[in-house]
Design a protein around this ligand. Structure first.
Ligand SMILES: [Zn+2]
Length: 672
């Protein structure tokens, strides 16, 4: 019997054979895909002909076509709708897929063919997109260490495996510290806390076999405790324990690991020919260099610190009114800030929800895309991979653009969070292939399903990523859609969130599901005020972490990371009542792996860009300015990674992004 996953997908829009697919077909189909890909790659590496763009790069692009098609389906479906069989297969495939990629990247003969091409790139007569492809492939091999040999290659392998051990140790120590600590609470300590928080403390006590309620370092317990507990001494104890994770001077202390990790990273970067680890990490990012990152962060630091200091004055006054003398301490901030929020900016989320039904918000996201890019959405019949999934054909002027699948409801078989993924990416090599793009969310099902403002923003965010995939217009899959630098990929999604709060969009779509009445103005105003509340504090605690992360990875690695951290904080004048969001001994983003090392800045980099990009519309003629919409599609949404992110942004905006729009958006501008 033939495996339907391996046959050409011939249904409408070449959708996968959802109706015929069975769990037991995935494993064999992916194994076949791997076998075919390996044979193709071996043939490319052993080709006796001189290397050309077609027989190396384009051949590599096509080598994994079958594997990508089948694995693309398997991973997108199992993320959104897992079964025990799918989970078992994922575990089984993880080492096989990892081995397959390292086989390619360490394939000496293959690298040599790419290196020959690279050296002769001028003579190849390449299109700009092909030139970019060659550059990216070559860089990928270099960064993985393919050009190293002998002792250097051996040392690189040693560093990589030692780092992997240290990353795991770091996370495990952190987890152990989080689990080990608890502090007994009396029923009296719980008085005045929200009932859900008191219940969580009782449940934590039961779970640990204690006689009464306890405080633990679980974020969902300790953060609300700091917000709501009237007992200042308990808040201090909780805060000190929480911020001491990974630095308790016992066998789970992370301090020595930090120093070793930083020094190995520096050595690794130097082996590969980079000046520092930060230079190595930032090479592939839009930011490009440590100086650019520092420039951006410091541009925000001054106004954020000024705002935080003004807020600290208000909170200190509240503290003194409570009869406590002395300075505001870090364990006071959340407590007084919450009291101030209730007094000045409170609004009821529940009152907003009836205006934000799921159907209305899907309609709003589609309508905005129609007004900006002329896209039309018509619902198509399934079956898809689950009964909750809805599908739409996306067209423009009658032309097929993409299939969009919306999988919005929470269920047990779905992992948590929200994401956008392409079951099939856009490309032109081997014939025009239009994408199948999914948005997956976890909205609690209701009748009708009503969203919080956060949920609605998530829906717009993921739809922004979907547009980046659907409007992609490049030749090669390697650079299609969202295949861009990490500090650039959130631009389309975060930018799209801005349209949710455009008054005319809310007026038209955010209507009460029963009465059809538009969202009241005072609710809109409170929503806006809530969005900028306490931004001085959150910006300062974030920036301090980002600046320390950057400093650690520039130049020579510090011998004593904690001492260096203290110096950086002193240099920037960290306010007394605020500490780093993540101090080094529990900075998992940076020390549990390489994902965000020298990269914690990127959250803010993206926000700077989305604020600046939306302002371009406002400057030009409003949120639906047609010329700006055209530029957004031409320079960003259609281009994928076919050019440097900086070039694309400048093409759209005429200049690099500035921080003013972000400061305005966070309510920090008037504080300077
Ligand atoms: Zn995103």
């Amino acid at each position: 019997m033939t495996n339907p996953l391996l046959a050409d997908w011939t249904g409408p829009f070449s959708l996968p054979p959802f109706a015929q697919m069975e769990d037991d077909q995935f494993g064999p189909a992916i194994e076949t895909g791997l076998t075919v890909a390996r044979a193709n790659i071996a043939a490319i590496a052993a080709n006796p002909e001189p290397p050309t763009f077609a027989n190396v790069i384009e051949a590599l692009e096509e080598a994994e076509a079958l594997l990508n098609r089948v694995a693309g389906l398997f991973y997108t479906v199992s993320g959104a709708d897992s079964t025990p069989a799918r989970e078992a297969l994922m575990r089984d495939l993880a080492p096989k897929m990892a081995a397959f990629s390292s086989e390619i990247i360490m394939n000496e003969a293959l690298y040599q063919r790419i290196a020959v091409l690279w050296r002769a790139r001028e003579a190849q007569g390449l299109t700009p997109e092909q030139d970019r492809m060659l550059e990216l492939y070559h860089r990928m091999f270099i960064r993985a260490g393919a050009a190293l040999s002998g002792a250097e290659a051996a040392r690189m392998a040693e560093i990589k495996s030692r780092l992997a051990v240290l990353y795991t140790q770091f996370s495990q120590n952190l987890l152990a510290d989080e689990r080990a600590w608890s502090h007994p609470l009396t029923e009296e300590d719980l008085a005045g806390l929200p009932s859900s928080l008191a219940a969580a403390a009782r449940a934590a006590g039961e779970e640990r076999g204690e006689a009464g309620p306890v405080l633990t370092l679980s974020r969902s317990l300790v953060v609300p405790f700091l917000q709501f507990s009237d007992n200042r001494e308990l808040r201090r104890i909780a805060y000190e324990a929480w911020t001491a994770r990974g630095a308790n001077g016992n066998e789970t202390d992370n301090t020595e690991l930090l120093n070793e990790i930083l020094s190995l990273r520096e050595e690794r970067a130097k082996l590969l020919g980079y000046e520092s680890f930060a230079a190595y990490k930032l090479e592939t990012e839009m930011a490009g260099s440590p100086d650019n990152v520092r420039g951006l962060l410091m541009g925000v630091w001054g106004p954020a610190k000024a705002a935080a200091e003004a807020d600290a004055d208000v909170l200190t006054e509240m503290l003194h009114k409570d009869g406590t003398n002395g300075p505001l301490e870090p364990w006071d901030w959340r407590y007084y800030s919450e009291k101030r929020r209730v007094a000045e900016f409170d609004f009821d989320e529940e009152a907003l929800k009836p205006y934000l039904s799921l159907d209305a918000m899907i309609g709003a996201a589609f309508d905005v895309a129609n007004r900006l890019f002329g896209l039309e959405f018509s619902e198509i019949d399934g079956p898809f991979y689950h009964a909750d999934v809805r599908g739409w054909e996306v067209t423009r002027k009658g032309q097929h653009i993409a299939v969009f699948l919306g999988d919005y409801h929470a269920r047990g078989s779905k992992r948590s969070g929200a994401w956008c993924t392409a079951m099939r990416s856009q490309k032109k090599l081997g014939g025009e292939t239009r994408p199948i793009v999914m948005n997956v969310c976890n909205f609690a099902k209701g009748d009708p399903t009503l969203l919080s403002h956060d949920d609605a923003r998530t829906l717009f965010h993921e739809f922004g990523h979907a547009l980046h995939q659907m409007l992609s217009d490049v030749t090669y899959e390697f650079i299609s859609g969202t295949s861009v630098a990490r500090d650039f990929v959130e631009l389309p999604s975060q930018l799209y969130e801005h349209w949710l709060d455009v008054p005319e969009v809310l007026q038209k779509h955010a209507r009460h599901y029963k009465t059809g009445e538009a969202i009241p103005q005072d609710l809109q105003d409170k929503l806006k005020a809530a969005a900028t509340y306490d931004q001085g504090f959150s910006t300062v605690e974030y920036l301090a972490s980002a600046l320390v992360d950057l400093d650690f990875h520039e130049g020579a690695a510090p011998k004593d990371a904690l001492a260096r951290q203290a110096e950086v904080l002193a240099e920037i004048g960290m306010p007394h009542a605020i500490r780093m969001r993540h101090a080094a001994p529990h900075f998992g983003h940076v020390f549990s792996g390489d994902g965000y090392s020298a990269g914690y800045y990127s959250y803010m980099w993206s926000e700077v860009m989305d604020a600046d990009a939306f302002e371009a519309f406002e400057e030009a003629g409003g949120p639906f300015d047609p010329a700006m919409a055209e530029k957004l599609e031409d320079w960003i949404l259609s281009k994928g990674g076919s050019q440097e992110a900086e070039t694309l942004y400048k093409g759209f905006r005429g200049r690099m992004p500035g921080v003013e729009a972000l400061l305005k958006g966070r309510g920090l501008l008037d504080k300077v």
